[in-house]
Design a protein around this ligand. Sequence first.
Ligand SMILES: Cc1cc2nc3c(=O)[nH]c(=O)nc-3n(C[C@H](O)[C@H](O)[C@H](O)COP(=O)(O)O)c2cc1C
Length: 190
Amino acid sequence: MKKIMVAVTGASGTIYARRFFQHFPYDDWEAHAVVSESARIVASHEGGLNLPPHVREWDEKDLTAPSASGSNKFEAMVVIPCSTTTLGKLAHGIADNLITRSGEVFLKERRKLILVPRETPLSLIQIKNMELLTLAGAHVIPATPSFYGNPKTIEDVVDTVIARVYDHAGIQAEVSKRWREEEKKVRSEE
Ligand SMILES: Cc1cc2nc3c(=O)[nH]c(=O)nc-3n(C[C@H](O)[C@H](O)[C@H](O)COP(=O)(O)O)c2cc1C
């Protein structure tokens, strides 16, 4: 079974983490998770975050977790949402908690590391940190929704981002309409 590490950090956008876990195909993946202290504070202002029972949750301070060692094979790590603090630490090799240590390990092992920052506007420092991480192999996928699928609810809007994150992580689950998909389907049925 493929393994994934999902980190939730203290950026606004707890709903992105909620939707990520709601759609996740637990039958195909072993899901591990870590929620930072700041993420818990943000979640308390944004509808809360309860991890599903199938998720193996680790403490932010627990550096003995499997994802903290390169010898333990994980397919991908997703930081959703990703605070600019965690982004900055990852860009500069500061591995002071389970999230930043795991991210460091994924980069050195050349494994998929997907970061979903929400911040706007961005300072040059944050842009440079994203540049550094991109050069180091991370996928920076800002929480920037699309609207061409005519989303009707906030969840629909959020799911347009989750779909991109799933695609990059190699997670198979249809969470959002793809561009011109309906049209293609109708044509092939004609
Ligand atoms: C309600 C609330 C909203 C926040 N929103 C953001 C945000 O959108 N982006 C961000 O980078 N930090 C945001 N922060 C600040 C982070 O939580 C703070 O920088 C923290 O140190 C991040 O720590 P972490 O990366 O360990 O989770 C927010 C804080 C609070 C209390």
